[in-house]
Ligand binder design. Structure first.
Ligand SMILES: Cc1cc2nc3c(=O)[nH]c(=O)nc-3n(C[C@H](O)[C@H](O)[C@H](O)COP(=O)(O)O)c2cc1C
Length: 231
């Protein structure tokens, strides 16, 4: 039997009191979208005012591969509307290959300074071409060029080949708009479960989970039932 490791300074137990505002039945709408949108807006506003919610759109996105092994990485949530949360990425990346094989997605947004988190589970659906084009068109030019350069998730022999390729692509598109690469796109979670978590003192947190009961979208009250969960 192995002896438990002593906590190091990195793993030492911290006892932060999760003294958040909480969430009551009265705050929880019949469909999830209004609350999740309000929380995201509050996180963006708080980052602007107090600077303690960096990258409020950062979302951990979990996939499974064809062998059922889970995988997770952080991306930026670029869409949040009635159709579901979505992100942009390379369609030849590991995550996109996994989603083509097993179109199941789960994700979580966490705003520790606000003692709030959101979870989504559902089915992966490609973001429509028009939406992806519109998003790509307003990216900074340098990021547009990188989208052509990077074969995301493939090995590379050092940084130099990437920088050389970046300079070549920059020259190729000099004086004109950078078009969207054909293998660059996005994924949306068509949710069947959404959860809002609000941290409270003594770890007696508030949790509410919406479960899909009908065909409507994230804004349709008739499509969801909502239930408080134990912390
Ligand atoms: C804060 C943050 C934001 C990121 N945003 C994105 C993003 O929007 N799209 C993306 O493809 N990768 C993004 N990445 C990189 C991913 O975490 C990941 O390394 C990459 O998508 C490759 O993942 P994969 O090999 O599982 O496909 C981001 C990383 C961090 C830490």
């Amino acid at each position: 039997m192995s002896t438990p490791a002593e906590p190091t300074s990195a793993t030492a137990v911290q006892r932060l009191d999760y003294a958040g505002e909480g969430l009551t039945e009265a705050d929880v709408p019949a469909a999830p979208l209004p609350l999740i949108t309000a929380w995201l807006e509050a996180a963006v506003a708080r980052e602007a005012e107090r600077g303690d919610v960096p990258e409020p759109h950062a979302i951990a996105v979990a996939t499974v591969d064809a062998d059922g092994r889970p995988d997770v990485r952080t991306v930026l949530m670029r869409f949040l509307d009635a159709a579901g949360p979505g992100f942009v990425t390379s369609l030849e990346s590991t995550k996109s290959r996994q989603l083509e094989a097993v179109p199941a997605l789960a994700a979580t947004l966490t705003w520790p300074a606000m003692f709030r988190a959101v979870r989504f589970r559902g089915r992966a659906e490609p973001v429509g071409e028009q939406e992806v084009d519109a998003y790509f068109a307003q990216r900074p030019r340098g990021s547009q060029i990188s989208a052509w350069v990077s074969r995301q998730s493939q090995p590379v022999d050092g940084r130099a080949p990437l920088e050389r390729a970046w300079a070549e692509v920059e020259e190729r598109f000099a004086g004109r708009d950078v078009p969207r690469p054909p293998l660059w796109g996005g994924w949306r979670i068509v949710c069947d479960e959404v959860e809002a978590w609000a941290g409270r003192s003594n770890r007696l947190h508030d949790r509410f989970r919406w479960t899909r009961i009908g065909a409507g979208d994230l804004a349709d009250p008739s499509a969801w039932s909502v239930q408080r969960l134990q912390p």
